[in-house]
Design a protein around this ligand. Structure first.
Ligand SMILES: [Zn+2]
Length: 1046
């Protein structure tokens, strides 16, 4: 080992530059991570395969500017040098994190070579040598080392954007090829069109950047030290910038994090008004704000805003002035991939004089326009394109970015669905071959069978227990099954919940596990779903289908037959064979004693059939009895029945549909749900007791009382009183608030209560005091998710925790220690964020289908565009309504932009006339020459539904009042449960027809369109952005990673 000195220029986490002299140890053996290695390099972990045509070594400049291209999974055998890695560190944590994730990701064929610790590859910097030249020389030296180390068995290609280096090193005859990135892509990856496009896009953006102006548009951000000192002294506050959806140009809020005693009046956040004060901060960034003097404080707009995004002035009403500030610095950028639309030709002309720079309009109104350099401005008009922001200098009015790929023409179904996914950072490519190779085989030729060694360690319930499942009709992924029987001569009831044993098939850390973790959930959109696990598991081997042997994780209770007091709980792995795969309607029919055909019993002799049927019905009855009592116990504790509480969603595969249509109230729904809640609760207890500081639980915080204001006031207007002091009081008073004339009143009150609720979230038990574990909605002291491991990653984590807990109990383990509190909390954070994304995507896709549905119709003549609506909120210039028939909510204006008001004639039909509006707490009145009219809370009116189209953003529904009377065509009957389904099907059919038609017309697709549409570009970016959340890093760790070999 040789000792030298090395001078490092480190950047501290606060952005300070530190010069450190390090003793630098050079060693002979540094891992080369190649499977061709003949020396004793001490390689362990990810290795580069030996059967590649070449290894590629990018120099620091390429890594700095083109990391996105190196992220393509197609590129194999990539060697990142320590030199390049350290150079990237100086660019910022965000970039460095991406490289780190790339290196850790087993799906990526790349390694880190600690070239500066390797005796023969290290070259000290020469006097007068520029940093860049030296770095390039270091990387070249590393490339040569590889060539020699592998004895010429592998070709080594070094890529650099430094022309002089290409010329100089190419002539050296060292065995290493030195080429530019562009040549490399052309020679080695001619088919990888997406990478070529990205190269063109990034290199153009880099060129443009050099020619940037110098005139300042914004004030400079303050240095990190100043920001930190300011936050400490209370002069500044930090928080996340949240741009208003409806007034994106002007209004943004910073919810401050440091609620110290100094700034108690900031609890409702700081208003940042206008672009100059926002100072280049983008929605989602973590920023530092300084308060303006009180004289400059202002209020926020409280009226409904028409034509979203268009900021209006004039007649708006304002709230009372609130703390108002300006952004003085940015702690962390939260940039992601954005979907934008290129403006139409008219829009570009004014901008084209400055080469090919155009201002692309993001789909998300909260994101500023992004300046893109492109040669495809014309071809890509009216297309949706994915872009990334590169920088936003103080001299630039808009941020600069580059395009990444083209999604397709705006307005087409596929383009719009992809847009929704990308805007929510949802990345769901088809499962890769490598992932699928991990899967067990189950084919007609090679059927999957129970492994005898596995069977020996499991409790075998196949002969002893009657196991069955109850799911929605046509359900493929059966996560849960039930059993119930009398034991101990009838004194005890044995209740069993048996859940698919997914973690038996998915080893922790396997590719399938990583993919499932990244997705965190199955995504349900209006017309499709994206599974968390490959179908061989979710629809087959993990699905607890009838008549086949399956592995399960079981919870079995022995309950007192009378009191249901728990005598004993058993947790463990089992082997089951479900006897009946029932659906809800069938189970309910059996319970009600109706004639029903049980498919499993068809073909049996009548005697045997009757006996088996009687046995099944008895099991169902016992189960119902147990569930009723369990439910009663929870009701005592104050369990809430609300719209949208998770239990409902858990039951139904088509969540998006039931969310909009009143569900069929079958008791058997409740029965199954109650058993699942019971299992989740007991598993939560078990893992929390065994791992008090690192169990993954789910809590539902009580709602903030102030959010109940609208609910209480609205109910009061109808003569009901809602008590929100506890969940029990709320549940009871909601049950009382029933208007016998109008069942919608109760439904809307429950909807409001749901809106006031906090979201239930996962957490690590070590991260919260125990009194915060409470699940408010279910009235349970501990709760978790255990019963749906096929479609929720949280349940997989919980299964692993439970397995470890069982091993601890047996004294045999745990074989694998579950994650630390910090790791579990980070996991919880990741899953929570993915769940929110899934919910947003689901509601956006529902809205998309609603718009596509109404877009096809003439709002003036089509009767389907006129509907009954209920007023559920009063605003300054209009009302918010709910349309039960379509499950649509939205604003209805009583005063329009021209200042005209809604004036109903004698028959109730409304027209616009000049006049005035007046708002009261429970009503709004309009006055015009034809008299005055009142619109009351919970009143029914008739509205016309049309679509507001904009090419750059999502379409939205426009609701206009047609009459202040209830809709005459409105049937008193219940909305058809299938209504929503039909809507989706009809839209899909129309989209397919349109596609057929387009195909017959032989479309003239541009080269870009063809290539981009067909390319299955793996986009790691979004994955990394998500993983970044998990891998919060401090500088010390960074140095460690780089120095692992030191
Ligand atoms: Zn080696």
């Amino acid at each position: 080992m040789i000792k030298t000195e090395k001078i490092l220029h480190l950047k501290s986490c606060r952005g300070r530059k530190v010069r450190v002299v390090r003793e630098h140890y050079l060693r002979e053996r540094v891992p080369c991570y190649s499977s061709l290695c003949q020396a004793d390099c001490g390689n362990d972990g990810k290795l580069l395969p030996g059967d590649l045509t070449h290894y590629v070594v990018p120099d620091a400049g390429v890594v700095l500017d083109y990391l996105e291209i190196l992220e393509f999974r197609e590129l194999q055998g990539v060697v990142f040098t320590q030199t390049a890695c350290q150079a990237l560190q100086s660019k910022g944590r965000r970039y460095y994190n991406r490289l780190r994730s790339l290196l850790r990701d087993p799906r990526h064929d790349c390694v880190l070579f600690a070239n500066e610790f390797q005796e023969y590859s290290y070259c000290p910097r020469e006097k007068g040598e520029s940093q860049e030249r030296w770095q390039t020389r270091c990387v070249y030296s590393a490339a040569v080392w590889y060539y020699n180390h592998l004895a010429g068995m592998m070709n080594i290609v070094m890529i650099t954007e430094d022309r002089a280096a290409v010329d100089q090193y190419s002539s050296l005859n060292s065995g290493v090829f030195v080429v530019s990135l562009q040549d490399y892509l052309q020679d080695f990856w001619p088919e990888l069109a997406a990478a070529h496009e990205l190269y063109a896009s990034i290199s153009q953006a880099l060129q443009e950047k050099e020619g940037e102006g110098t005139e300042r548009e914004y004030s400079e951000h303050l240095p990190a030290e100043v920001l930190e000192a300011g936050i400490k002294s209370g002069r500044y506050s930090q928080g996340t910038l949240n741009v208003s959806k409806h007034r994106a140009q002007n209004e943004a809020f910073v919810q401050t994090e440091d609620l110290s005693d100094k700034n108690t009046d900031l609890s409702s956040g700081v208003l940042v008004f206008g672009g100059k004060n926002r100072n280049r901060a983008v929605h989602g960034d973590r920023v530092v704000v300084e308060l303006l003097p009180r004289s400059e404080w202002r209020g926020q707009v409280t009226s409904l805003t028409e034509g979203q995004g268009e900021d209006r002035s004039g007649e708006d009403s304002w709230s009372k002035p609130m703390p108002t500030g300006r952004v003085v610095g940015i702690l962390q950028r939260n940039w992601r991939d954005y979907v934008v639309t290129f403006p139409t030709r008219d829009g570009t002309q004014s901008q084209t004089r400055n080469s090919q720079r155009i201002l692309a309009v993001p789909w998300d109104r909260r994101i500023p326009k992004i300046r893109i350099s492109t040669q495809q401005a014309d071809t890509l008009q009216d297309h949706r394109v994915v872009v990334r922001i590169d920088s936003w200098e103080s001299t630039s009015l808009y941020p600069n970015g580059h395009s990444v790929r083209v999604l397709g023409r705006a307005g087409e179904l596929e383009t719009e669905v992809q847009t929704i996914l990308i805007e929510n950072c949802i990345h769901v490519p088809p499962f890769s071959d490598a992932q699928l190779r991990e899967m067990p085989v189950n084919s007609p030729e090679k059927p999957w069978t129970v492994d005898p060694t596995e069977a020996a360690v499991r409790r075998d319930l196949r002969e002893s227990h009657l196991v069955f499942s109850i799911d929605p009709l046509g359900c493929e992924d059966v996560d849960d099954t039930l059993s119930v029987r009398r034991v101990a001569g009838g004194k005890l009831l044995e209740l069993g919940v048996h859940i698919a044993d997914v973690t038996h098939f998915v080893a922790e850390g396997s590719l399938t596990d990583l993919e499932a973790r990244m997705r965190a959930t199955t995504y349900y959109l209006a017309d499709r779903r994206y599974d968390m696990l490959p179908a061989v598991l979710s629809a087959d081997l993990c699905s607890l289908l009838g008549g086949v042997d399956r592995y399960a994780m079981s919870v079995m209770w022995e309950l007192d037959a009378q009191t249901l007091a728990v005598h004993k709980v058993w947790f463990g792995r089992t082997l089951i064979r479900s006897s009946y795969q029932l659906h809800y309607e069938l189970a309910q029919a059996l319970l009600s004693g109706e004639q029903a055909v049980v498919p499993e019993l068809v073909g049996l002799g009548s005697k045997e059939k009757d006996a088996k049927l009687a046995q099944l019905v008895q099991a169902l009855e016992t189960l119902t009895h147990v569930a009723r009592q369990l439910r009663a116990q929870r009701d005592q504790g104050g369990a809430l029945e609300l719209e949208g509480v998770e239990v409902r969603a858990q039951l139904d595969e088509d969540r998006n549909i039931t969310a909009l249509v009143p569900r069929q109230p079958l008791e058997v729904h409740e029965t199954v749900a109650e058993c699942m809640i019971y299992a989740n609760h007991w598993v939560a207890r078990k893992i929390q007791e065994t791992f008090p500081a690192q169990a993954l639980l789910r809590r539902h915080p009580p709602p903030r009382q102030e959010l109940f204001g609208q609910l209480v006031d609205s109910a009061k207007a109808q003569g009901f009183s809602i008590d929100t002091r506890s969940n029990k009081a709320l549940a009871d008073s909601l049950d009382q608030a029933v208007d016998s004339q109008d069942p919608l009143v109760n439904r809307i009150l429950r909807m409001m209560a749901t809106q006031a609720m906090s979201q239930a979230v996962y957490f690590s038990t070590g991260a919260q005091p125990q009194d915060q574990y409470y699940h408010y909605g279910l009235a349970l002291d501990r709760y978790t998710h255990f019963t749906s491991p096929i479609r929720r990653y949280a349940d997989m984590v919980v299964h692993r925790l439970l397995t470890a807990a069982i091993e601890v109990e047996k004294g045999t383990g745990p074989g694998k220690v579950p994650g630390s509190n910090k790791e579990v909390e980070e996991m919880a954070h990741h899953i929570n964020s993915k769940n929110r994304a899934a919910q947003r995507a689901q509601s956006l896709s529902t809205a998309l289908f609603q718009c596509l549905y109404f877009k096809e119709r003439d709002a003036q003549s089509d009767p389907r565009c006129t509907a009954d609506a209920v007023i559920y909120s009063i605003r300054d210039n209009g009302v918010l309504v709910f349309i039960p028939q379509y499950g649509v909510k939205g604003p209805v204006y009583m005063r329009n932009k021209d200042g005209q008001v809604v004036a109903p004639g004698p028959d109730g039909r409304c027209e616009w006339q000049s006049g005035s509006v007046r708002r009261f707490s429970d009503r709004i009145t309009t006055t015009s020459s034809s008299g005055s009219a009142t619109f009351r809370l919970f009143g029914h009116i008739t509205v016309r539904i049309s679509v507001l189209s904009t090419s750059c953003h999502a379409d939205s529904l426009n609701l206009e009042v047609v009459s202040n009377e209830p809709h005459r065509g409105a049937q008193p009957e219940q909305p058809r449960p299938q209504g929503r389904n039909q809507l989706v099907q009809e839209v899909v059919r129309l989209a397919e027809e349109a596609q057929e038609k387009a195909a017959q017309q032989l479309p003239k697709l541009s080269r870009e369109e063809r290539e981009f549409r067909q390319s299955k570009t793996p986009n790691l970016y979004s994955l990394l952005e998500e993983v970044r959340e998990l891998a919060l890093m401090d500088t010390e760790q960074v140095t460690q990673v780089c120095a692992t070999t030191a």
